[in-house]
Design a protein around this ligand. Structure first.
Ligand SMILES: Cc1cc2nc3c(=O)[nH]c(=O)nc-3n(C[C@H](O)[C@H](O)[C@H](O)COP(=O)(O)OP(=O)(O)OC[C@H]3O[C@@H](n4cnc5c(N)ncnc54)[C@H](O)[C@@H]3O)c2cc1C
Length: 403
């Protein structure tokens, strides 16, 4: 039986391990973190195409207990004017819509499901290098240990070490000039339907929130930030600074942003935003990249997790049907590259819209309603309507001509 080392137990890693196992390959997952992820204020929305891809592997139920339905997003200007509404994807046949969940819960649920299926996940194992060995690869970890297998899957996120090993000149993450700050406020009286996102293009910054079934308000803010912060710079400013900054940014807007942020207890985590538009080599020898390691989209697209899951499923199909890793990886890239790069480009456009200056803002508020109507229709088909048929055989020409 073939074996694989999967690097990273975020989203792509555990799903890839499950897909590889179904493809007749024995995976072992290596994760740098010592324990489960605990990222303050970090949540994400899994859109219907991502949920559909999980169901392809029979693991759709893992998110049932941890998420809440978020079928739509309503956009407003800072004056309170409604600019439009889009769905997070047409409901699946059984009525399932997009869900919002905490990142740490999603990591844990996917990891638990992989373990339940007999996959070994080793924590505290940070990959530092990979070397070819006859008929396979040998991974080297920061703790001095090694592991060998027939294949290696780099699911190690936007700062991927595997990407550098495959191509030392590979593109690195591109700074997107908005910050991300998020949190959870206790139940309070705010505008908005339970489960629906309210998104506000404020005069000086973007603010989004959704009211969970228990009444808590899950929110995020995207203050513009022109130049890339140095490591540690944002956190060094401290929570009091960021609370004051958000208060000032949202002061002129007709939104509950200030009240929500004020009601949020504890420290705020502030992150810079990055994407990764095009990585020239996705595979070499017996190594391949999936998820954010190969193509990261700015959070504005709401699709990074779904793309990571789709990748993992497609990689499993390719390796199932093509014993030669090179052929399988090439087919995988043909199936995936144009789709994911389109998502990254759309995400970058959405991020730019959030940083408009005074003139661009007027144009944006006039044109956005038209864009949202068009984008909503287009996204419904090529993006949200994407379905992977696990049983369909992958052929040598898989994906050729997709564009
Ligand atoms: C603020 C924010 C909001 C977002 N919102 C959304 C959203 O609403 N919807 C959505 O779909 N996506 C969203 N995303 C994007 C989404 O989080 C990513 O696309 C997704 O996590 C990618 O999954 P992944 O498994 O490829 O990478 P990751 O989730 O980053 O997982 C990579 C894993 O690899 C591990 N690792 C890294 N290096 C090594 C190493 N050398 N050795 C071993 N392990 C290693 C890491 O510890 C991590 O566990 C958001 C992202 C951010 C930052």
């Amino acid at each position: 039986m073939r074996t694989a080392l999967v690097i990273g137990a975020g989203i792509a890693g555990p799903v890839a391990a499950i897909a590889l196992q179904r493809a007749g390959i024995t995976p072992t997952v290596y994760e740098a973190r010592e324990g489960t992820a605990d990222e303050r204020g970090a949540f994400l929305t899994l859109q219907v195409n991502g949920i559909d891809a999980l169901r392809t592997l029979g693991i759709g139920r893992v998110i049932e207990a941890i998420g809440f339905a978020t079928p739509s997003m309503r956009f407003r200007s800072g004056t309170g004017k409604v600019l439009g509404e889009v769905s997070t994807g047409a409901a699946l046949a059984d009525g399932t819509v997009g869900v919002t969940l905490k990142r740490s819960d999603l990591y844990r649920a996917l990891g638990d499901e992989a373990r339940r299926r007999g996959v070994t996940i080793e924590h505290g194992r940070r990959l530092v290098d990979v070397r070819p060995v006859p008929g396979g690869v040998r991974a080297e970890f920061a703790d001095g240990t090694t592991a060998a297998a027939d294949l290696l899957v780099g699911a190690d996120g936007i700062r991927s070490r595997v990407r550098q090993v495959i191509d030392p000149e590979a593109a690195s993450a591109r700074y997107v000039p908005v910050l991300n700050i998020g949190g959870f406020a206790p139940p309070m009286d705010v505008d908005g339907v339970r489960g629906g996102y309210e998104m506000v293009f404020g005069k000086r910054a973007f603010f989004g929130y959704a009211v969970a079934p228990d009444g808590t308000v899950w929110w995020f803010a995207n203050p513009p930030h022109r130049s890339e912060p140095a490591p540690g710079e944002l956190s060094a400013l401290g929570t009091a600074h960021w609370r004051a900054r958000l208060d000032e940014l949202f002061a002129g807007d007709r939104t509950p942003a200030r009240a929500i942020i004020d009601a949020t207890p504890g420290e705020l985590e502030v992150r810079a935003t990055y994407d990764l538009p095009s990585v020239r080599r996705w595979h070499r020898d017996r190594m391949v990249l999936i998820g954010d390691a190969a193509h990261a989209t700015s959070p504005s697209s709401g699709q990074g997790a779904s793309m990571a899951i789709e990748d993992a499923v497609e990689l499993g199909r390719c390796l199932r049907d093509m014993p030669d890793p090179d052929a399988a990886f090439a087919a995988f890239e043909r199936l995936r590259r144009s789709r994911v790069e389109q998502v990254v480009a759309d995400g970058a456009r959405s991020s730019n819209v959030k940083t408009a200056g005074p003139v661009a803002r007027v144009l944006r508020d006039a044109l956005l309603p038209i864009f949202l109507r068009r984008h909503g229709d287009r996204a419904a088909t090529w993006l949200h309507g994407h379905h992977i048929d696990w049983d369909a055989p992958v052929t040598v020409n898989a994906g050729a001509g997709i564009g």
